[in-house]
Design a binder for this molecule. Structure first.
Ligand SMILES: *Cc1c(COP(=O)(O)O)cnc(C)c1O
Length: 441
């Protein structure tokens, strides 16, 4: 695959001079003041302290990428390597991406959406979309010469970072909230990471990691490697367009934690237009947050242009619990600028949406997936999603890692030999009748 990437004869214009490896990446630039910055493990603009972003040379990329070139490549995120910030696809690493885009007509019926697709990212190696962002950050970290991978995690990132490090032969340190779901800690431990539980919120952990990154010289995927990490989310957008037959949908519904995924899918679509792989189209972006930690949804609802941080998140949706979202302002601008919205969803409808995803479509999502579907339903009721819209909802994590949702009765359990067994089972039967009703059997 590395050979294909650099092989001039595989590009659309065989007469062009041989591409220089890495020439598709022009460098970094500040997202606020646009000041350019050389390529390196930098993440803050030295002039205005704004976030840095990767800049590409789309003229170079246009000459290298075509639908046919991509179609001939193996599955996975490196199909789109020229639109990612690495010199060349890594020779090693986990098999990430190319997750299914599945039609969800029954769930669509239940929530009033005519043409609903689910992008099922519960199936990545560590069961969440975080494998995408980590794969890109890790590949770039290896190119920069780092030997240690680390992260500040709300949960899923810990496992993804630990697994990527294992596959690449790097050391890993993951910093997590001390009260994180045990399944997420087990994941990181299984891959051999040093897990550091921290008494504090995600935002406290993030500040701690900023200091450590400086002192230790480690590659923190979402701190000093953040510009590269963030680019990995674009692969969801690239895949959706390719899976729809190189077309864009009417609406994207995405969960928002830091706001990176949400805004990067939009960037992916702009880039596909820029390099001529899809026709331009106005896509509305709908974001979902848990009401117990919804700084972006709150700003959207009140018409504010600034995000007020949430100090103490209170929700079962841990994976989205970022009180001070780094890309919150850009997420807000994207929702407003495209005619979308950002929905705050309480835990009860989130649990109901998880149940529906499972029972109507056979997909077991984590709490973030519940937020996404509940947000889609709210946006539909508000008229942001309209009759006939083609809607793609991003299901970003697997339910096996979020047992908190069980509090809302996802499953009943009984003691073996319990005389109350019959009474305990009765509600399950009642439930079954209701289920048959839902399914129209
Ligand atoms: C991290 C995460 C997100 C969103 O992350 P952003 O910080 O907004 O990019 C969504 N879903 C799941 C399951 C996650 O773990």
């Amino acid at each position: 695959m590395t050979a294909t990437f650099l092989d001039r004869t595989s590009g659309p214009s065989p007469t062009a001079p041989a591409p220089v490896p890495g020439a598709h990446v022009a460098g970094l630039a500040c997202k606020n003041c646009r000041r350019p910055q050389e390529l390196g493990a930098f993440f803050v603009c030295p002039a205005c302290f704004g976030p840095l972003e990767v800049v590409y040379d789309y003229d170079v990329i246009r000459g290298l990428l075509s639908r046919d070139v991509i179609a001939a490549r193996p599955a996975g995120i490196w199909r789109y390597a020229e639109l990612l910030p690495v010199t060349a696809p890594p020779a090693r690493g986990l098999a990430v991406g190319s997750s299914p885009l599945v039609a969800a007509p029954r769930l669509g019926d239940a929530i009033g959406i005519d043409n609903l697709w689910l992008k099922d990212d519960t199936r990545n190696p560590t069961l969440s979309f975080k494998d995408r962002v980590v794969a890109v950050a890790a590949a770039r970290a290896v190119e920069f010469g780092f030997d240690t991978l680390a992260c500040a995690s709300t949960g899923n990132l810990a496992g993804a970072t630990a697994a990527a490090a294992a596959a690449l032969g790097l050391r890993s340190f993951v910093f997590v909230p001390w009260d994180l779901e045990p399944a997420k800690i087990d994941h990181a431990l299984a891959y051999g990471a040093t897990v550091v539980p921290v008494k504090g919120t995600y935002d406290d952990i993030n500040r701690l990691c900023l200091e450590i990154a400086d002192e230790e010289g480690w590659a923190f995927v979402n701190v000093n490697m953040r510009p590269f990490y963030a680019e990995g989310s674009k692969t969801l957008g690239f895949e959706i367009a390719e899976q729809l037959g190189w077309r864009l949908p009417d609406v994207i519904v995405s969960p928002i934690a830091s706001g990176s995924l949400f805004t990067k899918v939009a960037r992916a679509f702009r880039e596909l237009v820029e390099v001529g792989l899809v026709e331009p189209k106005e896509v509305r972006f709908v974001g979902g947050q848990a009401a117990g930690c919804s700084p972006v949804a709150t700003a959207f609802g009140s018409g504010a242009s600034e995000i007020t941080p949430v100090r103490v998140p209170d929700t079962i949706v841990r994976s989205l619990s970022i009180g001070s979202p780094a890309d919150g302002r850009y997420a807000l601008e994207l929702a407003r600028g495209t005619g979308g919205s950002v929905e705050g969803v309480t835990d009860e409808p989130t649990a109901e949406a998880i149940r529906r995803l499972g029972r109507l479509e056979g997909l077991f999502a984590e709490t973030a997936g519940g937020v996404t579907i509940a947000a889609a339903e709210q946006a539909r009721r508000a008229g942001v999603i309209r009759d006939g819209d083609e809607v793609v909802a991003l299901i970003t994590g697997n339910g096996v890692k979020t047992p908190d949702a069980r509090r809302f009765g996802l499953a009943e359990s009984v003691e073996a030999g319990d005389p109350g067994l019959a009474r305990a089972i009765a509600p399950t039967y009642r439930d079954f009748e209701a289920l048959k009703g839902e399914r129209g059997v």
